[in-house]
Design a protein around this ligand. Sequence first.
Ligand code: MG
Ligand code: MG
Length: 285
Amino acid sequence: MSAGILTRLPLLAKWSGRMIQIKTPQEIELMRGAGLVVARAIGAVRAAVRPGVTTGELDAIAEDAIRSAGAVPSFLGYHGFTGSICASINDEVVHGIPDPQRVLAEGDNISIDCGAILDGWHGDSAVTVTVGPPSAEDAALIAVTERSMWAGLARAVAGGRLTDISAAVEQAITAESHPYGIVDHYGGHGIGTEMHQDPHVLNYGRPGRGPRLVPGLALAIEPMVTVGDPATVELDDGWTVVTKDGSRAAHFEHTVAITPEGPWVLTAEDGGVAGLSPFGITPRT
Ligand code: MG
Ligand code: MG
């Protein structure tokens, strides 16, 4: 074990009784491999979204992309989940189950969440896209959700605190003139040798609190935003989370590592260059 690890571990090994996994630079490199598998799987699914395709077909495309890269779909079998992606349409916020009978129609929006394990390391990412040209409502919803994710990712820098990310996500959403809802109960998370690790990352809150952000910490940042009220309910299938008021939702997610050279967006093909540039942040790539 290197001296670097010995001096770093005590900083973050324990926070409020929970364990936080700090990765070595070599382990972060392995996580980049998993992240790229997820990026390409989502890219393949995204390219296949069109009217008439089923969410079951999209799931098969994702599973094939993951397995042909030598990786394993992390969602499949997770607490009994039956897909390699979550496919959540319109008022469905997250955790929609892929279904060979569920056909996409022009005017739908679909959130695709996907995870993979490569060499024991996880990547986790999500996008929302529309089926055909977006309505003005969907275009604005998707833009604010994605922008809030990047605002959070831009704060994934060493020396900050966890809730700097939460506050940046919230501020990007509340800056809009439309009163978008920020979904509670679900949020971002630590990630590494398991998909879900401590710490939980809220999508709102005051900055300057929580664990210190140090190199080797990896997080999934994932805002879920609604056009209407943010209250949600889980359907009887035990998975699908929908808005109570039936308003539409969007969900974006990237896995990011905090490195001495800046954030490294592991599930973005370009490492985060394009998404972080409006915030004046140059990622490690
Ligand atoms: Mg996810
Ligand atoms: Mg996640």
